[in-house]
Design a binder for this molecule. Structure first.
Ligand SMILES: Cc1cc2nc3c(=O)[nH]c(=O)nc-3n(C[C@H](O)[C@H](O)[C@H](O)COP(=O)(O)OP(=O)(O)OC[C@H]3O[C@@H](n4cnc5c(N)ncnc54)[C@H](O)[C@@H]3O)c2cc1C
Length: 436
């Protein structure tokens, strides 16, 4: 799990695990590229999901006066991963201590909650239970407890059966870990608030601006889009499901490839929603970056169950039938995909079967809440995760950025990147300051 920072021009190559590689956020901005404290940088951010918007927001703070433009291909921001997720505020329980993900998740949730408070965005810190369904899962839950403590989480509480039921009366299992800091939020409203704050500061969010080509012309980048050409001195690629392709447009070799994993949800019928008070999660398999199907209370009412993790046949394939030949070719022509399948055939097969079987999906949920029945579930929405995979077939677990002197590519920003987006943005801004 690592963040890669390779700086091309001076051939400095750094690879770090959790070590800050740039001055800490909040330190004085670099003088280069500034005129009397006002930056003359021109930033183009490709992708108007939560990571792109938060990056624009933090760049604006770090480089006052800089020109900042976010280029988004859809007619509105936040239409892909950001608008199709579980709406959970994750606090850093799961991630390897010392990893970039752990560090940014822990600081990110604080920054996100503060942003929500300041901007009147609906959110609630309701806490979560991670449940060991049987004795075999208890050691892994103990490991999680230790991880959480190592990551600096406070107030984690180990619960036996009686204590679990006081918090979630219908929960099954033999033990649980209570994580008090976690909560639920309206991420589309976070994006709307970010756009408002950006525009107040003079930044521009251009929609309908899919970046089709990137070229260099006299010391600047030129981005060709259907909404016209945009120029900038520094690009930040936050293109989510297309981030590997956008990096290629900027002349990078695709060192990892994005695999689209669809996550499907069911809704719990209103008359059965009393079975879940807040957030009930399973103990995840540490080999995968996915957390396993869980119950989530939504910030505006209702309870969802999911998401599973099934390979999609299109990068924006929200329905089972969605299919895009170019996307499928990208998957099938990649050695890393076949190595992944060879490594985890039973996981891939199980997820595929569960995608087509409500009973199988429900059986996974019954490990958490035994009273839930297939008839309690109605089809919900879905989201597609942009998951980077290495040529060796490993799913990249940590956030991954590639920094160049005039570009930075976010190549892997899976969950909890929505929660951690402001911390990721601050990290990117610090990297940019170091690069300029
Ligand atoms: C099912 C699911 C559940 C999740 N649950 C949670 C959760 O509960 N909590 C949490 O913290 N995280 C969760 N995540 C993860 C989180 O949603 C993502 O990590 C986060 O939204 C990533 O944001 P992003 O801006 O990188 O990507 P995106 O939101 O996908 O944004 C990328 C943007 O780039 C645009 N784009 C792409 N190509 C181009 C181009 N060529 N030109 C211009 N624009 C382009 C796209 O249109 C898109 O708007 C979940 C993800 C999924 C899929």
């Amino acid at each position: 799990m690592r963040i890669h920072l390779s700086v091309a021009r001076d051939s400095r190559k750094q690879s770090i695990d959790g070590q800050p590689h740039a001055p800490p956020v909040g330190t004085k901005p670099q003088r280069r590229g500034t005129i009397r404290g006002v930056s003359n940088q021109r930033f183009l951010i490709i992708g108007g999901g939560i990571v792109g918007l938060a990056t624009a927001y933090r760049l604006g703070e770090r480089f006052p006066g800089a020109s900042i433009t976010v280029l988004e291909k859809e007619s509105q921001v936040g239409q892909h991963q950001t608008g199709h997720n579980s709406g959970v505020l994750h606090c850093g329980l799961y991630y390897k201590p010392g990893s970039v993900k752990a560090r940014l998740a822990v600081t990110g949730i604080r920054q996100m909650v503060e942003f929500c408070r300041e901007n009147g965005v609906a959110h609630e810190i309701c806490g979560k239970l991670v449940v060991a369904a049987d004795e075999s899962e208890v050691p892994r839950l103990r490991d999680l407890e230790q991880r959480g403590a190592a990551n600096g989480l406070e107030g984690l509480r180990w619960l036996g059966r009686e204590a679990m039921i006081e918090i979630e009366p219908h929960v099954g299992g033999v033990a649980a870990l209570r994580v008090p800091q976690e909560g639920i939020v309206d991420y589309p409203a976070v994006c709307a608030a970010m756009v408002k704050r950006l525009e107040e500061r003079g930044a521009r969010v251009a929609v309908g601006a899919r970046v089709l080509r990137l070229r260099r012309g006299s010391g600047e980048w030129i981005a060709e889009t259907p909404a016209g050409e945009f120029t900038g001195s520094f690009i930040v690629n936050c293109a989510g499901l297309h981030s590997d392709r956008v990096s290629q447009l900027a002349g990078e070799r695709r060192s990892v490839r994005i695999l689209p994993f669809r996550g499907e949800y069911y809704k719990i019928r209103p008359e059965r929603q009393h079975l879940v008070r807040n957030l009930i999660y399973p103990v995840p398999d540490p080999a995968f970056p996915f957390l396993g199907v869980h119950f989530t209370r939504l910030i505006h009412g209702g309870v969802e169950a999911g998401p599973n993790a099934v390979l999609a046949l299109a990068r924006e394939g929200y329905r089972k039938t969605d299919f895009r030949p170019a996307d499928l070719f990208d998957v099938l022509s990649y050695g890393g995909f076949w190595r992944f399948l060879r490594r985890y055939p039973s996981m891939a097969w199980y997820e595929l079967r569960r995608s087509f079987s409500r009973e199988l999906f429900c059986r996974a949920l019954q490990r958490l809440v035994p009273e839930i029945r297939p008839a309690d579930l109605t089809t919900g929405g879905s989201g597609v995760r942009a998951q980077a995979i290495t040529p060796e077939g490993e799913l990249v677990q940590d956030f991954q950025l590639i920094a160049r002197p005039d570009a930075l590519h976010v190549l892997n920003a899976p969950s909890p990147a929505a929660t951690a987006s402001l911390a990721i943005g601050a990290e990117i801004a610090a990297n940019v300051a170091a690069a300029l």
